[in-house]
Design a protein around this ligand. Structure first.
Ligand code: NAD
Length: 428
């Protein structure tokens, strides 16, 4: 089991961690484990640029509404900014900055030639017709045109946006530039330059991380029980792959609650959130549980794959799993992380576990630039290879420095970024 030797004081979550608070804390914490120039850390605390734009939209009734859009670009020392665009009422500049910092670490730990970006529009996507979403997206692409591009900043889908949104975004950008430029965004449908395997990639990488963790701690996947909170894109793909590889998935949940069968569920027959939203409780199973109870189940591997901030100071003592693998972004609060560390429960962090999404986005970008599509087999093979390399880099830090998996992942990421900054220098 990995653990840091120092005992830390555990504070309750004063409020659930915001993305920016978490990102800054993680940077400061990683900085204590790496010999990095203070100037580099200081530079990394700030985003390079935060673009705020007004996005006017003609509504179906002919009225005009103006929405606010953002694009935060954190750091591009290793390559173009990369990260999602979300449509959600609570999108704001600070959230975009925090999430863009997160993307910087995620790209670096996977050794992808990208830095972190994140953006979006403060809008409830459910309040928009398809036509309104298309018009809003096209105008947003135009407003951001001067700060994005395949060699500058490459957006992707996120909450409230999808492959179709990326198709409109790419079309609007290309029309204005006068040529088809598929590499301006990733997560597109394969027919216009999207990559096969992109959609299931975060779930696949989460499953690979779980498999490697089980092996690292000396267990056999065939004897491993798994609980997955959130049966959406990430959770369902991870659960199905782990089942294929021999694990027993005993519990899964959606927003309404969980089903539990100690002998194992047939997860391939349970519809995912995409196939049929909120259908988990309609399946036959011996027991139902709440979303709080699934987190406390006595299983070998717990995969929180729904939303952030679900493992908190209130329930971290009751997490009975031997290993936690973060499928969602930020499911464990800082305070909970400290408790799990003291209890010697390893947590495989989100920036490693669910990084399959951005990794296959990188493959998509390569395919777009080279105008050559890869087969699904090639995508999955290369993803496996990238994940194993990243796993090995992080594992080495865990073994050599006796760090937690999260600290080790940040150390790998920060070392790469700092080295690139030191080598390029500060101009002027
Ligand atoms: P999704 O919408 O496909 O599925 C989410 C699932 O979680 C659904 O089953 C939903 O019913 C359930 N859920 C929602 N709120 C819940 C709650 N409060 N408690 C319990 N269950 C709840 O979402 P997704 O794409 O699978 O994303 C899940 C998480 O993974 C998010 O944190 C997301 O940021 C992260 N993530 C997604 C991707 C991606 O490309 N899809 C990549 C990296 C990380």
């Amino acid at each position: 089991m990995s653990s840091s030797s120092s005992q830390q004081e555990v504070e309750p979550d004063e409020e659930l961690d915001s993305a920016l608070v978490t990102a800054r804390r993680q940077l400061e914490r990683a900085a204590t484990h790496v010999d990095v120039d203070d100037g580099v850390i200081e530079r990394l605390k700030h985003p390079t640029r935060v673009e705020q734009v007004s996005v006017p939209l003609e509504r179906e009734d002919g009225s005009v509404e103006v929405f606010t859009g953002y694009r935060a670009q954190h750091d591009d020392v290793r390559g173009p900014y990369k990260g999602g665009l979300r449509y959600h009422p609570e999108v704001n500049a600070d959230e975009c900055i925090g999430l863009s910092m997160w993307m910087t670490w995620k790209c670096a730990v996977m050794d992808l030639p990208f830095g972190g970006g994140k953006g979006g529009i403060a809008v409830d996507p459910k309040s928009l017709s398809d036509e309104e979403t298309e018009r809003l997206t096209r105008r947003f692409a135009e407003e951001l045109r001067y700060v994005i591009g395949p060699t500058r900043d490459v957006p992707a889908p996120d909450m409230g946006t999808d492959a179709q949104t990326m198709a409109w975004f790419m079309d609007a950008y290309s029309m204005q530039q006068g040529e088809t430029i598929p590499g301006v965004v990733t997560g597109k449908p394969p027919v216009i330059g999207g990559s096969y395997g992109r959609e299931e990639a975060p779930g696949r990488s989460t499953a690979i991380a779980a498999r490697e963790a089980v092996d690292y701690y000396g267990h056999d996947l065939e004897d491993t029980t798994v609980a997955v909170q959130g049966f959406g894109s990430v959770g369902a793909n991870a659960a199905r792959l782990l089942e294929d590889w021999g694990a027993t998935v005993v519990a899964v949940s959606d927003v309404n609650g969980a089903i539990y069968d100690p002998n194992g569920l047939d997860v391939s027959s349970i519809p995912t959130h995409d196939e049929e939203p909120e259908a988990v409780l309609e399946q036959n199973a011996p027991e139902t549980l709440s979303n709080e109870e699934i987190l406390e189940l006595d299983v070998d591997v717990l995969i929180p794959a729904a939303v952030g901030n679900v493992i908190t100071a209130d329930n971290a003592e009751h997490v009975a799993a031997e290993i936690v693998v973060e499928g969602a972004n930020g499911p464990t609060t800082f305070a909970a992380d400290t408790i799990l560390e003291e209890r010697d429960v390893p947590v495989i962090p989100d920036i490693l576990a669910n990084a399959g999404g951005v990794t296959v986005s990188y493959f998509e970008w390569l395919q777009d630039i080279n105008r050559r599509q890869w087969s699904l087999e090639r995508v999955n093979e290369e993803l496996e290879e990238h994940m194993l390399d990243a796993w090995d880099d992080v594992r080495q830090e865990v073994d050599e420095k006796e760090l937690t998996w999260r600290d080790a992942a940040y150390v790998v990421a920060l070392s790469r970024i700092a080295e690139a900054k030191a080598t390029r220098g500060l101009w002027p």
